[in-house]
Design a protein around this ligand. Structure first.
Ligand code: NAD
Length: 298
């Protein structure tokens, strides 16, 4: 960006400067498309760290004041904070401001925007499909979204200029943007993201609650167990909120998973080697096809 050029986003306000909010800021600064970034949050230590790391230029605890001259506001807070954050900004948000988010479920984000924002048509919901099991500003890095997918879920009445700007914002983080219906997004993510987190939490609990006569079962866990359960180290509060905000889709996916487990149990009970082999081979083939097609950079 030359000095004479106006940045695409003059003032970006990020509510929730954690892994995702912090990484968006770093990626947009890398792209040179933001003038200044204000971070809003509750933890002074986290905000001071974010400023020290150059993630934000200024910070505040006051959402209402911080958004007063915002061009774009990004929500990167847990799903259960949406209604209170939207309500806190409703009276001071400029009519020209565009709002987007990074939350993992989209229907509840859109419902909260309609309930609390004066111009919900200027809220364009988004979900970058990238992350780690770490949280906080200290975990943020500019490359998090490179070559990853970001789903945006505009509605029939969405403002076209707001949509264009939000699409550009997410493209400038380095991600590929796809547009999708919010309900469809929530169904897909229930299966490939939310269900695996529940499975990982359940597996770790099942092992740690195992009765053993003196031995710690974790002593015998190796790389396979670590790979499968990496995401069980994710923030419990964040995943509680994601599970509850995508409850119906997740219940459907849990039922489907339960059926698969029941099938394996039946096969084991019946010593059905052929069925076990068929199920394992089908899973291996599906996984290898997925990796060959989409695995680059994962
Ligand atoms: P994080 O814990 O690293 O950051 C969240 C930040 O929000 C924290 O700094 C916290 O103090 C702050 N916060 C919480 N409640 C707040 C409130 N009421 N007002 C202001 N600030 C508040 O979490 P994260 O991983 O960056 O996740 C943020 C959002 O992004 C979540 O909605 C999550 O579902 C979504 N997301 C996460 C991932 C991932 O892998 N971590 C991936 C994609 C999307």
């Amino acid at each position: 960006m030359s000095h004479a050029e106006k940045p695409l986003i003059g003032h970006l306000v990020i509510i929730g400067v954690g892994l995702i909010g912090g990484s968006v800021s770093l990626a947009l600064k890398r792209a040179g498309i933001v003038g200044r970034v204000t971070g809003v949050g509750r933890s002074r230590d986290n905000l001071e760290l974010a400023q020290k790391l150059g993630i934000i230029d200024a910070w505040s605890h006051d959402i209402c004041e911080a958004v007063r001259d915002a061009d774009v506001v990004l929500l990167a807070v847990p799903m259960n904070a949406y209604a209170s954050v939207f309500s806190a900004m409703a009276d001071s948000l400029p009519a020209s401001a565009v709002v987007t988010d990074a939350g993992s479920t989209k229907q509840t984000a859109i419902t909260a925007a309609h309930q609390c924002l004066p111009k919900p048509e200027r809220f364009i919901a988004a979900h970058p499909i990238a992350g780690t099991e770490q949280s906080g500003a200290g975990a943020a890095f500019a490359e998090l979204f490179d070559k990853r997918l970001t789903v945006i879920t505009p509605e029939q009445g969405s403002d076209t200029a707001a949509l264009a700007l939000v699409q550009q914002l997410w493209e400038q983080t380095g991600s590929r943007v796809v547009t999708m219906d919010a309900a469809e997004h929530d169904d897909f993510l229930a299966s490939v993201s939310h269900l695996p987190h529940l499975a990982a939490f359940a597996l770790v609990n099942a092992v740690s609650r195992q009765k053993s006569d003196g031995h710690d079962p974790f002593c015998f866990a190796a790389g396979g167990f670590r790979d499968f359960t990496r995401i069980a180290s994710s923030s419990p509060e964040m995943w509680r909120d994601i599970a509850l905000s995508n409850r119906d889709a997740l219940l459907g996916q849990l039922d489907a998973f339960q059926q698969e487990l029941d099938g394996l149990r039946e096969a084991l009970l019946a010593d059905d080697a052929e069925r076990l082999l068929k199920e394992f081979a089908a899973a291996r083939e599906a996984r290898e096809t997925w990796l060959a097609k989409h695995g680059e950079g994962l």
